[in-house]
Design a protein around this ligand. Sequence first.
Ligand SMILES: [Ca+2]
Length: 267
Amino acid sequence: MTKDRPLVRKLLLIGLLLFLVLFFESCLIYSDNNHTPVLQYEIIDDFPHDPKAFTQGLVWNEGFFYEGTGLYGQSSLRKIEPKTGIILNQRNLPDNFFGEGITIFKDRIYQLTWKEQTGFIYDIETFQLLETFSYDYEGWGITHDGEYLIISDGTHLLRFLDPFTLEEIKQIEVYERQNNVDQINELEYIQGYIYANIWQTDKIAIIEPESGKVRSWLDLSSILDTVDVNQKIDVLNGIAYDSENSQLFVTGKLWPKIFKIRIIDRD
Ligand SMILES: [Ca+2]
């Protein structure tokens, strides 16, 4: 019996070590699962942006930026030449409408308004108003996934609408771990994910459209450090994507530049 004791001790020690290794490993996996990755980016290029444009919607379509601007008395829809920033076409909203997000679906431009519960649909070539529609929530951002319009209302909800009947098909709740992510603003659907500005932050959430889970973040808080800013600026807002050339563009309200960026470490 006494001869066996060192062996028992050895076995117990090995068992304890094994337990500790497995315990700490599981802790590491647990903490990794709890961590939402923050992606790095680099600036590829920049383009002029009207520093008076209170950007509420930004889209790329066939070589041009389309922008929706806000504020009462200053809201507009614009087509812009990227290199020069020249406004090629502009339609102003009536003074009592605060323009919000825009998206382009099958040659029709959809534009939301903030508290007016009214959406406008225009012809992409002429900017002629084709249709108006109404909704019973605040209009913030809009994009589409090729099938449905996707709309944010400043909460953590994203609503999916039929682009023809404007009927609401479903909603998803956006969350990170157990917490809702609200103040969801300008949107862009990019390669199967919804990219969303979060109001009053310099962050973009990258959201899984089925579950609403934020799978990663893009932190753009230092992107304006590269530019001399002499005038008042507001928050990051405006994401556009050139799907043909896989190019991502971002800007902000009253920002003097639109940046073309590349995400470095996609997870
Ligand atoms: Ca957009």
